[in-house]
Ligand binder design. Sequence first.
Ligand code: UD1
Length: 422
Amino acid sequence: MDKIIVQGGRRLQGEVAVSGSKNAALPILISSLLTSETCVYQGIPHLVDINTTLKLLGGLGVEVDKESWAKDSGDLTLRADRVKNVEASYDLVKTMRASFLVTGPLLARFGRAHVSTPGGCAIGTRPVNLHLKGLAAMGASIDQVHGYMEVRAKKLRGAKIYLDLPSVGATENLMMAASLAEGTTVIENAAKEPEIEDLAAVLNKMGAQVQGAGSDIIRIEGVTSLRGVKHRVIPDRIEAASFVIAGVLTGGNVLVTGARPAHLDAFSIKLKEAGVDLVGGENSFGVKGNGKIKSVDVTTLPYPGFPTDLQAQMMVLMSVADGVSVITETIFENRFMHAQELDRMGADIRLEGNRAVVRGVKELSGAPVMATDLRASVSLILAGLVANGTTEVSRVYHLDRGYERIEQKLSKLGAAIERIRG
Ligand code: UD1
């Protein structure tokens, strides 16, 4: 298994281009199931999760042309005119929970989906009850058999759906299903993430009638068929913010190009509170390092709140900040696994249920550490950048699910980082 070795103490400097958003790309690729026409997507990052999605769609019978993408372009062409099965296997769904998003489109277009339940996950239980409740409200019958959800509906009907929690995945699944349902669907307490707006933009280009995406009430008038589409996905806000944190931690000047700072308001406000000088314009986002960071309290919340996907990275920053910070995680119940690894690097973090009390220390010290999930793994690399000595991060396959060529991008900024293949 690959490892990443980081020598700490280098000040990062320069520009880095952000990749397309993984979390926008996954549902958008899956939305190709809604039409028999050709769909062209641009800016698709080269990530393990994207390959898993292509394998999943290929297995259903979607024609995937990834020649140009494989040669580095970011362009993928998909065509779902010969879908031959409606089953998503446990092997794929267990490695990537977003696979469950095929349920809505398969059901809406073909009347049936047979999809493995995702099961547990390192960061929490992560059920799919809200996805299923919404589909049931639209008239689907749902049976659980041998670990699979057998979901059927001759024709989905529009319905009024209230989500108990503003789940990103449930909102996406239901938005796709409702696009081909008969009549009007209203999703209340919908998730408001930028990735939801991007999916809605794709669906509308395909001829769907989705209104209100980005607010907590989304209204979808069902149509009888959808057409092909060409679309460039939004930039990855989590990747952009992770690079900005790398700049702040090392007291460097880092500018992330192609980013959309408007998607990172809560994060920016917190950094400013911590005394960080942010720079950039409409499409760039960066930091002018001054080396001094004050502790701030952070609570993760659904968008536009502070993203849970930046909690681990923020914890690294608070580990070397001046003062005490309380970080509260309200989205996932078990998303502090990086804390123990950071403690091994000399951080002072006390966990109390869903709160982490982080006392800033003068210095972290490099150590062998283990990545436990996607965002935890990037946080260990960030810690390695600022730590004294060498940090060796193992189990980096988590990292490859969500960060495109991170070691190359960080090297270009001046980090001493390398991947050891094994
Ligand atoms: C998406 C993101 C992930 C991010 C998360 C929260 C993708 C591919 N992944 O995940 O990176 O961390 O949003 O911003 O976009 N829940 C239920 N029942 C459900 C669905 C969700 O109880 O049916 C709960 C979950 O357990 C969790 C919370 O709702 O506690 C939020 O989950 P959700 O917004 O659905 O996250 P994902 O879509 O899985």
